[in-house]
Design a protein around this ligand. Structure first.
Ligand code: HEC
Length: 241
């Protein structure tokens, strides 16, 4: 049977460099999470909820636009309106006044404020409703699914195959890649589920953690197995090496 250790040094070097590249990709992905959620804590469940399960409107009010919100109750008014299915009468009765008080100074087609954003008006019912669908917007969701399923699926396959030709016990060769695929499906499934439930944030965090742990473990184990024997996890006795 093919074993990594039987590859010529050049082959093992190529496999090792691939593993180091995967580890570098994981480190950069970690920084990307920190950067895109704007949080220094790696697992900031509130930031995940905001990005993947809230509407852009509520997300902005709790997040980047919070400084303009006069009181938290204004956000709760908007949340109740969205939960009720964005009816026009509730908009006219409550939401319109919140927008007029806190937001339309800047968010109107005719605003003259220095920070004006005429491209994101919040002056009419239709304007505001456009920001109420929950979760990632269609384009971001589809792009994210496409790149993650293709990219990480391929990385998991490559690492899984390499792991299969290490000296590790069969148990690890099954469990570690499996955990990665389960994590990938949990993570990406959570992005879709985020449009319906806030609980999806936990799927995303658990899934992302599993994928990263699986890839990191495989990269390290394969890298080590190219050059040395890993006693505790291996199935082969030393003399077979
Ligand atoms: C002082 C001016 C100002 C006020 C007041 C203001 N905004 Fe904004 N808003 C901006 C600017 C500028 C941007 C674009 C920022 C960017 O894209 O980085 C923005 C962007 C947004 C976005 C898009 C965010 C995104 O992630 O794409 C939303 C939604 C939003 N604002 C909602 C609101 C709401 C709701 C209020 C009222 C509570 C509000 N804004 C008050 C200036 C303002």
């Amino acid at each position: 049977m093919l074993r990594l250790k039987h590859l010529a040094a050049g082959g093992r070097l190529a496999v090792s460099l691939f593993c180091i590249t995967v580890l570098a990709a994981l480190v950069s992905a970690t920084f990307l999470i920190v950067q895109s959620t704007g949080s220094t804590s790696l697992v900031d469940i509130d930031a995940v909820k905001q990005k993947y399960t809230q509407s852009l409107l509520v997300g902005a009010m709790w997040g980047s636009m919070y400084e303009y919100v006069t009181e938290d109750e204004s956000i709760h008014i908007v949340e109740r309106w969205i939960a009720a299915g964005t009816p026009q009468d509730l908009y006219d009765a409550e939401v319109k006044a919140v927008m007029a008080e806190d937001c339309t100074n800047c968010h109107s087609r005719s605003s003259t404020m220095t920070k004006a954003v005429p491209s994101i008006p919040l002056t009419s019912f239709e304007d505001v409703v456009a920001f109420t669908p929950r979760g990632l917007p269609d384009g971001k969701l589809l792009r994210g699914l496409h790149f993650h399923l293709f990219g990480i699926g391929t990385a998991l396959l490559a690492m899984g195959v390499l792991l299969a030709v290490t000296d590790l016990a069969a148990f690890w060769k099954v469990v570690i890649p499996l955990a990665g695929f389960v994590g990938l499906w949990l993570d990406t499934g959570g992005w879709v589920a985020g449009r319906f439930t806030e609980a999806a944030a936990y799927m995303i965090v658990a899934g992302g953690t599993l994928v990263n742990a699986s890839l990191a473990a495989m990269a390290l184990l394969i890298l080590l197995d190219c050059w040395i024997r890993i006693p505790v996890l291996s199935s082969r006795p030393p003399h077979a090496a």
